[in-house]
Design a protein around this ligand. Structure first.
Ligand code: BG6
Length: 503
């Protein structure tokens, strides 16, 4: 939620590990600029960037100044006076965050700020997460004196599989309390993702039908047009499943499938989300084979640009079997969702950029319109458009005007942009504000993370045994096997927005 009518965050030093990295310049600092502009971050806020590159305060400021995002692209914010104010409060500490000296300097810098509050943001490679938390704890930087907070934000990926996520949680929680850990899934900073809960729990006519009696199945899609580009090293060791499913797509799934929390406080909400993730069916190897499809893109063109095959991307092994596309059929074993499949898909270089959740209702039990042109009434559908063009659409049937009895499908269509000023926020504003104010609602808890990994582990195990992803062309909607996954159940993927526009 864009926090406009709320007080500024308390004074705090935001210590960013990985200060010269991409995340800092594209998302964290632009979000801080917006927060400054909106009056959410005042002079009590300081940013201390920590990085291995040589330089001083001025170097980091210039580095951030030089960042020029594409117009309307990630990190494209109005800098103006807010940036000038913020800039003077940014400083830099050069050092190797695996060595002890740097932590002593951090302690000194935090000590210079009046409040003593600190939020440590780990925008670094995941292999450093455990080490940094240990060092922070060794140097007593995580100790919360009376009235002072010390918090740690950790970016994804949190673990590489179930065992590594469990080990990382165990290691971190040995040194720091869960209440100090903020595991970031940036999807939770998206306005429309948060709106899923509002749409459900503020609308009787939606929530009353939100169960297996009325819902046929759910589809969650995160289609991307970007290719792997310069991220070959990270991506080849990760793949679409690890990169998107146990985090972003499960965030959406848990919002859709959770029970109503008995209050809107962080623990009540995270309890309900955790229950859903624990209720995801754990497949046997045979079931995983039947219910998962993986793909990798071939060479081709997309929107006029030529795209090299995934295996030709720099830093990707020529014989790589890492997937860039994945489609899954999952089951949530609760009374509410008994027998309702959740179909998930995500991939790179697909025909269109579109993240959406589709709730497909059951067809009416019978129609009184037999023998008329209205005999085939399509089922209702609720489409939650996460991005781009955020909104909510309800597909219903009406009577086509005229003397004959004939139905026509129409859509009740709400677009955020037509009603609200949704532009200009990068999504991290709310996450940072919550980090500073101590609200963990939009962050993942240890049990939720582990439950997510447990549900995808059968696919990871199966694919580790061998085989390779099915090829798909850039600009397509994934491999044919993905359509077959639904066709087998007599269903089909929802047409994505751009397809409909061009239809
Ligand atoms: C990141 C993944 O977490 O999320 C990327 O590592 C992916 O591969 C991105 O492209 C998608 O996020 P968004 O906000 O652009 O939909």
């Amino acid at each position: 939620m864009a926090k406009i009518n709320v007080p500024p965050a308390p004074p705090v030093t935001l210590v960013i590990f990985g200060a010269m990295g991409d995340l800092t310049r594209r998302l964290l600092v632009p979000a801080m600029i917006n927060m400054t502009r909106l009056g959410l971050a005042d002079e009590g806020l300081h940013i201390l960037g920590v990085g291995i590159d040589p330089g001083d305060d001025q170097t980091l400021r210039e580095e951030l100044d030089a960042f020029t995002p594409e117009p309307g692209g990630e990190g494209a914010v109005e800098k103006g006076a807010a940036w000038e104010q913020l800039k003077s409060r940014i400083s830099y500490l050069q050092g190797d965050f695996t060595s002890d000296d740097v932590y002593q300097s951090i302690a000194d810098r935090i000590g210079q700020a009046a409040s003593g509050n600190a939020a440590f943001y780990l925008a670094v490679q995941p292999r450093f997460f455990g080490d940094i938390v240990d060092k922070l704890a060794d140097h007593k930087l995580t100790v919360e004196a009376e009235g002072v907070f010390r918090r740690i934000a950790i970016e994804k990926p949190f673990g590489h599989d179930l065992a590594s996520a469990q080990a990382l949680n165990a290691r971190i929680l040995k040194r720091v309390a869960e209440s100090q850990i903020y595991r970031v899934d940036h999807f939770l900073g998206k306005e429309t993702v948060q709106n899923i809960m509002t749409a459900r729990f503020a609308n009787m006519m939606i929530e009353r039908l939100w169960n297996a009696d009325s819902i046929d199945h759910v589809q969650i899609t995160a289609a991307e047009t970007v290719d792997v580009g310069t991220r070959g090293k990270f991506y080849d060791a990760t793949g679409a499943l690890r990169d998107m499913v146990p985090n972003h797509l499960f965030t959406l799934l848990s919002m859709v499938a959770m029970e109503a929390p008995n209050s809107f406080d962080a623990e009540a909400i995270r309890d309900e989300k955790g229950k859903v993730l624990r209720a995801l069916r754990h497949y046997t190897p045979a079931q995983a084979k039947e219910n998962g499809v993986r793909g990798a893109y071939t060479a081709g063109t997309l929107d006029g640009r030529s795209v090299p095959a995934y295996t030709d991307v720099p830093d990707v092994a020529g014989d790589s079997t890492t997937e860039t596309y994945i489609a899954l059929k999952l089951m949530v074993d609760t009374w509410r969702w008994h027998g309702v499949p959740f179909y998930l898909r995500t991939g790179k270089v697909m025909a269109v950029r579109d993240t959406e959740v589709v709730i497909q209702f059951k067809p009416v039990p019978f129609t009184q319109f037999d023998d008329t042109a209205a005999a085939n009434v399509p089922p209702n559908r609720l489409v939650i458009q996460i991005q781009p063009d955020e909104g909510l659409r309800m597909d219903i049937s009406i009577k086509r005007p005229g003397l004959a009895v004939e139905t026509a499908p129409v859509s009740l269509d709400f677009h955020y942009a037509s009603h609200f000023d949704v532009a200009h926020l990068v999504g991290y504003e709310t996450l940072l504000y919550d980090l500073f104010t101590g609200d963990q609602t939009l962050f993942q808890r240890a049990d939720g993370i582990e439950a997510g990994w447990a549900a995808v582990q059968p696919f990871l195990d199966l694919w580790a045994e061998g085989g390779s992803p099915a090829p798909y062309a850039p600009g397509s909607l994934g491999p044919d096997a993905s359509d077959a996954l639904l066709a087998r159940d007599g269903r089909a993927w929802h047409s994505l927005a751009a397809e409909e526009k061009s239809a």
